[in-house]
Design a protein around this ligand. Structure first.
Ligand code: WTA
Length: 577
């Protein structure tokens, strides 16, 4: 199992020059002193990201370039974002939204989304970003669980918001509604642009405690509905340092994080990390398309690029000729997150971009990067890298004993890093499960460590599916499937896939009176797409007369997976006859 392949760092002037030295000497107590609030105790993430830069030479620097295939093409300086987010904060305040309230943003990537997120944070409210791809069931679960009082969306997405089922929701701000505002349902509807035009540019920022709520990201586990992971303003300490040292951001960088803010990568590293460092961010609207992506790098002269393995694999599949059509010579630093980064993708990156792709490992729950490849260190292709300074990572067994090199076990982190989640909304029991081994945060991933301290991802311990970097809970999909009139029972697994990492496969037993057919398969797939989201719908369905269940009636996904992979099914003693 020795890993001999190494790719040496490209000589350069990195923000972090010596990993070992930094790991030895770093402390979070010292690290937080870059922020003046560590003395005053008065903090606000949006102030640190935007307003602070307006007091110095970055005031008129471009903070955000935005463009999309529809032809929008805009740029915003830090000073412009300061004034716009002030206005949005005032809009919310006018409606009576206050500190601690939940405000959700359900919009495609657009300047309005970023302004809404910043403005919400400025008044001390907790922001909840939602993927534009979410359908009614997914939107309802999140707004209901969080009891959101306000929502920013647009007329196209509004039909997916089941207002009558959301008694806490009082204010809906529509981007692009104009005079065509709906009425009724006990909710106030407002036009975003009209409200913004009328609002003042001056705002009293809500100074909060470092432990006050900042953002709520819903993510999937193997059981139950999606869980609301709460992060607090204190997370900025880690956002700042990881963006500085791992993304290696410098003042003249043009940085592109391809992730949507509906996913934690799109906020921690699409908003907070880069703007805390005063970097210029590129946001490209619309869908993935190889030509469009390369053209975006060329158009803006992107220097630092953070993306995901599925995207790199799709670019790789599109062929090297597409790469050659564009001038990508500005690229200086490339990074990846969300799924295992295959060694062949790293080798391909070296060939076509002439650059290493740096893997980073972290989770929605961890709030920021924990295990990473720094620009200053050797990459071992296939490894997630080493712990960030201030992070103690280990491989442990079920009892919390640390395991020697190459032994596979739980990937666990010593509790107590700045960006760790502080709560699972309405679900303390679930929160405690992560800390069931005293002193450790248990990630749910299995991994091993090699003799040089590099970590190697092996898989999930639970049934969580990772398809194209999106976490999907099998329970959520199964619950939706059994609502279909033809479906009696359903079991859902992740099936290995060369491009997407995994695809969702459903095993379905039909109700009496229904016969398997291709048409029925398509109908069931459509059913899930319309209720949850396209990425949560099975790509494959297999009909079976019966599904393997425990005597207590739980579908045994482990057996389904063994069937799928043609592996032995293991211990079946708990299975009903
Ligand atoms: C997986 C937030 C392998 C892992 C960023 C983790 C990875 C889950 C990597 C978190 C990586 C993330 N290599 N697997 N570099 N990064 N994962 O919360 O299983 O949507 O537990 O991601 O993605 O998913 P989440």
């Amino acid at each position: 199992m020795k890993h001999d392949e190494r790719i040496a760092p490209v000589p350069g002037d990195y923000n972090l020059k010596d990993y070992e030295e930094a790991y030895r000497t770093f402390s979070w107590e010292e690290a937080e002193k870059v922020f003046s609030w560590s003395e005053t105790g008065k903090v606000n993430m949006a102030y640190e990201c935007i307003d602070r830069h307006c007091e110095g030479p970055r005031k008129n620097k471009v903070a955000l370039y935005y463009s999309d295939p529809s032809g929008r093409d805009e740029k915003y300086t830090f000073y412009e974002l300061k004034r716009l987010s002030n206005k949005f904060g005032n809009v919310l305040r006018k409606f009576g939204v206050k500190k601690g309230d939940r405000v959700f943003v359900f919009l495609p990537r657009s300047p309005e989304l970023y302004v809404s997120v910043l403005g919400t944070i400025k008044i001390g409210a907790i922001v909840g970003p939602l993927f534009e791809a979410f359908m009614e069931g997914a939107v309802r679960d999140r707004l209901a669980d969080s009891e959101a009082v306000a929502l920013v969306t647009n007329p196209q997405l509004l039909p997916r918001v089941p207002i009558k089922e959301l008694p806490a929701l009082k204010h809906i701000i529509l981007v692009g509604a104009g005079d065509a505002l709906p009425q009724g349902d006990g909710v106030g509807f407002y036009d975003y642009h009209k409200e913004m035009a009328a609002a003042s540019e001056e705002l009293e920022i809500e100074w909060v405690d470092r432990e006050d709520g900042l953002i709520l990201h819903y993510t999937s586990g193997s059981t139950g509905k999606p869980k609301g992971v709460l992060h607090v303003h204190n997370a900025m300490i880690q956002h700042y340092w990881t963006a500085k040292w791992v993304l290696d951001l410098k003042d003249d960088d043009i940085y592109w994080c391809t992730a949507d803010p509906g996913w934690v990568t799109g906020t921690s590293y699409g908003i907070f990390g880069p703007w805390l460092n005063g970097a210029t961010c590129v946001v490209r609207g619309g869908r993935f398309n190889p030509d469009d992506w390369y053209a975006t790098i060329e158009k803006y002269g992107v220097t630092v690029w953070y993306s995901a393995p599925t995207a790199f694999r799709m670019l790789m599949a599109a062929g090297d000729d597409v790469v050659k059509k564009y001038n990508l010579s500005t690229l200086r630093h490339i990074l990846s997150v969300g799924e295992p980064l295959n060694p062949e993708v790293v080798r391909w990156g070296l060939k076509v971009f002439g650059k290493r792709i740096h893997d980073t490992w972290w989770m929605t729950e961890t709030g920021a990067m924990l295990i990473v490849n720094f620009p200053c260190m050797d990459i071992k292709p296939g490894s997630m890298g080493k712990p960030f300074p201030g992070i103690q990572a280990a491989i442990i067994d079920d009892n919390g004993n640390e395991l020697p090199p190459y032994r596979m076990g739980h990937l666990a982190i010593r509790v107590g890093w700045p960006s760790m989640m502080r709560k699972i909304w309405n679900n303390d029991a679930k929160y405690r499960e992560y800390f069931r081994i005293p002193g450790w945060y248990v990630s749910g991933d299995s991994a091993y460590r090699d003799e040089d301290g590099y970590f190697w991802f092996q898989g999930r311990v639970d049934d969580v599916i990772n398809t194209s970097g999106e976490r999907v809970g099998p329970f959520e999909v199964e619950s939706c499937l059994v609502e279909h009139p033809a479906v009696a029972e359903a079991g859902v697994i992740g099936k290995p896939d060369p491009v997407r990492g995994e695809i969702i496969k459903a095993f379905v037993a039909l109700r009496a009176g229904y016969e398997p057919s291709e048409e029925l398969k398509q109908d069931i797939i459509r059913f899930v797409k319309e209720r949850l989201a396209a990425h949560a719908a099975p790509r494959e369905i297999e009909f079976r007369d019966k599904l393997p269940k425990t005597r207590s009636g739980k579908i045994m996904r482990r057996v389904l997976k063994a069937w799928e992979l043609g592996l032995p099914t293991g211990d079946l003693s708990t299975m009903e006859d």
